[in-house]
Design a protein around this ligand. Sequence first.
Ligand code: NAD
Length: 352
Amino acid sequence: MDLFKVMAKEGHEQLVVSTDPETGLRAIIAIHSTLLGPSLGGCRFWFYKTFDEAAADALRLSRAMTYKAAICGLNLGGGKAVISARPEEKTPALLRAFGRAVDSLAGLYFTAEDVGMTLSDLDVIREVTRYATGIPEDRGGSGDPSVMTARGVLHGMRRCLIEVFGSDSFRGRTVAVQGLGKVGRHLVELLHREEADLIVSDLDASRVRDVTSKMEAKVLPPSRIPAAACDIFAPCAMGGVLNSVVIPKLRCRIVAGSANNQLAMAEGARRLQKRGILYAPDYVINAGGLINIACEMEGYRKDRAEERVAGITENLARVFARAKEEKITPLEAADRLAEERLAKARADRSPV
Ligand code: NAD
């Protein structure tokens, strides 16, 4: 990979490679943009086969964070870190070595939880740096972000229901939830309270049992959930689920879920539109966790965080209105809105 070329094309500011032979740390911190404020994004703990794979993931994810913060009106930039290691290699010493790398950036990058990381891992990282978010709720922090992510998805779904059916009521609507992990589990609870009819699926049978023991839900095997007949399909598992095989099989009117990078290819947004399916761009609807963390950085107040997460409804309304106005997809509309905010910040910046 020609890093100079890739980074220049997408407008990345920095890529920091950090190793520590003593602890085995192999980490990459990608800072896409600090135009709107310090970059923020989770740290993914994942084993990557090659450096290129790890760098590509960090670069792609950090750019998405810039867009997510921009469209939510947050004064934050986009960053992301990856630690390439196997789960058994995770030690406090390695996490502290990563924390020192974060600290060396002196606040240009704030880290947070992501795949493979827990709030207790962040506690260890915080021993050596103050640039780590996700303080547990009982210590006055914002706690587990997935609760607010799920709430944000619910708010976003309401906006989608208005667009498609003219009412934001979930009663009599069927929602198919793919993935009952941290976000999906909270989401089905919220949907159940709204009296939605549920279809659920997870690779992990115990997660499915946990849901069906507490509420009524139809269960489908993972291979069949994307083609479930429903009003809303909610991808809450892995990215790339909306690919050229799945899109023609969808039997929903709305796709609205928490998963990052739901579209395997950007052109998928146009295919969905052609099929008359409303797509809520993932980085707009799944921003609840980020908004929650942004609130922690200002001094956490749950009521204020909830109010701001509810703003996802308004953000999506702007996206859908712009898409209609310019006859483009919601994804293109979201990108334009985010890019306009970034362009304004660039123009306002004093000349160098
Ligand atoms: P998680 O790992 O806790 O849960 C994912 C669940 O999906 C697991 O239970 C897994 O078994 C299941 N799964 C995986 N593949 C599946 C498949 N093919 N069919 C059915 N189930 C499948 O993750 P999470 O924190 O709940 O996040 C879910 C998605 O939302 C991810 O894409 C994540 O990047 C995104 N996201 C999460 C947050 C957050 O606050 N946690 C914020 C923004 C975006």
